[in-house]
Design a protein around this ligand. Structure first.
Ligand code: SAM
Length: 309
């Protein structure tokens, strides 16, 4: 296993497959990919890069975007990844196209899924996503559960004045469906923290965590992510909730074991930085050998450093 200069092993890769999306969430960080391009990787290119990752003992992949289900070849991509990434193949999706793909993805080797769901109110959903239909996302949640993807996690980005009042209802929904609720802090690079936008919508979820600590029926510890998992009983059902607090969280960065790949084939050591990318797709297309690609990958790992120290 290769470690970066800070002794952090790299165990997983988050691969953006496209920057295209059928929604347009007003707060979206676009996985830190701000430039417009249509230079997407072909399935065999993704596979080759994952083979290099695997040679470095990276055995977990999460596909993202844009919206990864905008890729019509998504099932093929997952099928190619599954034998290589034996610890975990997952994807994060807005869920709106999932009812079409959930079973085929499961059959191709997808293990689990994160579905973005910031609200259960159709009108708010329409506003946040700038015209999305909540029903499509809900159908996606049910399709994922029916297909046996496990766990299904619901990503709820906490937005001041928009969905803070829905936490209880979201916890109930998590019990109803069996999905795990992840309440996620709005994230931005430090140079944008003082923008009106960020100040308006950012909420520090610490107070929610403190409240859940008092009212949860059980509290477990998620060793992998170094965070608490709060459990609530609803009759015979259980709701599970995690709080993801990336901002100014040195523990979050210290235990980060992830590297990213942008949809145009650049290794990206950190979501919040764009000044240290390493192009791997260009050399791959220019005929680089596996050994050369391996060196490129190692270079990207060496460029990793904790964003919040
Ligand atoms: N379209 C897919 C989806 O909706 O999951 C994949 C891409 S989306 C960028 C991945 C996740 O990042 C979503 O759960 C989304 O809510 C979250 N996200 C987007 N912008 C964010 C931000 N500024 N802070 C925290 N999370 C964010």
């Amino acid at each position: 296993m290769v470690k970066d200069r800070f002794g952090r092993p790299v165990k997983s890769i988050r691969v953006s497959l496209t920057e295209r999306c059928n929604l347009n969430c007003f707060y979206c960080h676009r996985e830190g990919e701000w430039h417009r391009h249509r230079n997407e990787m072909a399935p065999e290119e993704v596979e080759r890069i994952l083979k290099i990752a695997r040679a470095l003992d990276i055995r977990k992949v999460k596909f993202t975007g844009g919206e990864p289900l905008m890729r019509e070849d998504i099932v093929d991509i997952v099928a190619r990844a599954a034998p290589l990434m034996d610890r975990d193949v997952s994807l994060t999706t807005n869920g709106t196209l999932l009812s079409k793909y959930a079973q085929d993805l499961k059959d191709a080797g997808l293990m689990r899924v994160n579905i973005s769901l910031d609200t259960l109110d159709p009108e708010k959903y329409r506003k946040i996503t700038r015209n999305g239909d909540l029903k499509d996302a809900m159908d996606g949640v049910h399709a994922a559960i029916d297909a046996g993807l496990n766990p299904v996690k619901l990503n709820m980005v906490l937005l001041r004045g928009i969905n803070e009042d829905e936490i209880e209802r979201m916890i109930e929904f998590s019990a109803e469906t069996g999905a795990i609720l992840q309440i996620i802090e709005l994230e931005t690079p430090v140079e944008r923290e003082n923008t009106q936008f960020f100040k308006k919508y950012h909420v520090n979820p610490k107070f929610i965590e403190e409240h859940l600590e008092k009212v949860a029926d059980e509290i477990n510890y998620n060793e992998l992510h170094r965070r608490k998992r709060f459990r609530f009983k609803f009759g015979s059902r259980m709701a599970e909730v995690e709080i993801v607090r990336p901002m100014h969280n040195s523990t979050f960065c210290m235990y980060c074991t992830r590297i990213r790949l942008t949809s145009d084939g650049k290794l990206k050591p950190c979501l919040l930085r764009n000044d240290n990318l390493v192009d791997i797709l260009g050399p791959l297309r220019n005929g680089a050998s596996d050994d050369e690609l391996l060196e490129i990958f190692k270079e990207a790992i060496l460029r990793r450093e904790p964003y919040f120290k």
